[in-house]
Design a protein around this ligand. Sequence first.
Ligand code: PLP
Length: 404
Amino acid sequence: MEYRNNNLYVEKVNTNFLSKKIKTPFYCYSLSKLKNNIKEFKKNFYEINPLICFSVKSNNNLNILRIIGRFGLGADVVSKGELLRALKAGINPNKIVFSGVGKTLDEINFALQKKILLINAESENEVRNIESIAKKKNKKVNIGLRLNPNIDAQTLKKISTGRNKDKFGISEKDFIRLLKKYNNSQNLNIKCLSVHIGSQILDYKPYLKMMNVIDGIIKKTNFKFEYIDLGGGMGIEYNKNSKKLNYKKYRLIIKKFLRRHKVKIIFEPGRSIVGNTGILISKVIYLKSSGNKNFVIMDAAMNDFMRPALYGSKHQIVPAKKNRTIIKKIHDFVGPICETTDIFLSMPSYQKIKENDTMAICDVGAYGIVLASNYNLRTKPAEILINKSNIKIISKKENLKKII
Ligand SMILES: *Cc1c(COP(=O)(O)O)cnc(C)c1O
């Protein structure tokens, strides 16, 4: 994504032109960016030779999953729906892990039937259920146990998952007890220790603490895990001055760990693979000046893209056509939905905007379309994929008649 002659392009496609051809708002992804991110991620951990299971909840578009699958990645799923979608995209069951605190009996049954790599259990009662289902089927099932390492990932409160007050995983004490309790189970094979401490992590130190906790547990128990699943959480740069995650430091910590423990590492990245591959293209419906503010009322709203309203996260908004006139007034970029939280961004000043101008909300590839809803009875937006100058609709805009 870059400006040429003051026009915003995604690969070889002018976004202004796009917004005339396709009804706004819509998600627009770059294939080359996606490919690059996958290559980059692989390169960062090349020496570790991990199994990379893409976190399907961050973006579950079938087309995107197919591309990711073709690059040899597996999937991390958190529901039967995501498991079905990953399989439909051609991802090998042998590269699929199933996470989540509330897997139902139906979901566990289905996962066993599909012979996925691992079910990562998050509570004692879930382990009990998996065992009893496996017993009925007269099977021995591979599972992981998700540890809650009680670490603060230093990210947004609402996307932190590794503290003891969060609902995820099993405390160290219970973890060690469960290892002993189920070690000789006829129907369970505990193969993996899994963790995932949160999302949008930009500091390697929480990862260092996490690795130390894992190291401590292995030393204490002498348990032989075949896999250590480190989850995802690698942060991306949502703004220019953002800190960058030091992949080298993280890699070195893992390499050191692997010298002591012969295990296969699993990663479950979501955001770092798809986050910066997409923009949400929207048009300005109205401008409204009120008090000391200019409201820029766009045709995209919180139902199309929920992160700012849900987490208070900030996504840059850029014009499809740049100009040089700066208006020194607060600009609030808002949607038409009847909620005060339906605001994307507030800027102290902005270039001159006219009604019908095209704008792009940046870095919406992860946790974007997947969180879209029909709130205010609005249709969910289309998704398109750009490959050089080729434009492909990979998910149509919802049909208003159908949902009515
Ligand atoms: C959400 C989630 C991920 C992906 O997190 P990102 O921050 O998008 O990399 C990985 N593992 C589990 C268990 C998750 O819930």
